[in-house]
Design a protein around this ligand. Sequence first.
Ligand code: HPA
Ligand code: MG
Length: 232
Amino acid sequence: MASSKNGTLKGKPEIGIVIKDDYAGYPLNMFCVPKHYEADLTDIMIPAGLINDRIERIARDIVQDIIPQENRGIVVLCVLKGGYKFFADLLDKIKQLNRNSEESIPISIDFIRLQSYKNDKSQGSIQVIGGDRLENLKGKCVLVVEDIIDTGGTMIKLKELLAKHEPKCVKVASLLVKRSARNCGYKPDFTGFEIPDEFVVGYALDYNEHFRDLSHICVINENGKKKYAVAS
Ligand code: HPA
Ligand code: MG
């Protein structure tokens, strides 16, 4: 079951809500799942409502952390495509807090598109395959919004890339962090959930571009992996 007590990442303090390795998830028939995906999923790991409630709190943590340090505004940088749902929902909640606060900050948005996964395997190197000009980030405080940290390698390379464009600061919010032996120990500034080492889809996370239209975060099964596999 979800816990906030154990399951740390390489001895680091717990981050986000920790979903333990023995967590069974929710049966698919307890929530609404599109018919075309029913045979491709093991279980629902995080229902959409819980994702929403966790994001509300992350938004509050971000605003409380950033506003006192940065009153000239922030750039919220969405890592496409997987990060788009988290980005949209998080930004809505940050804006809501910002417009109801005595101390508000200007917020602008930017997008970057990276690709590093084929099937369920990282390809090792990241490629920037689209997005805005990173020169715009010079001197700005940047909040990177990512769907998942798995090995941590993509985020380390992205931070190196961003640093070349001399932002004033870079903070990272990731909805999920996978607890895996492959993780290089990278830890984002804000995390939604720390999850077991399973390939998850839904809420914009994909498997070869499939499952982005699934609302809940679910575990893909072998049938789904085979059905939507591409030649590597
Ligand atoms: N799901 C989707 N995309 C990913 C994952 C995952 O579990 N890990 C790294 N990229
Ligand atoms: Mg991603």
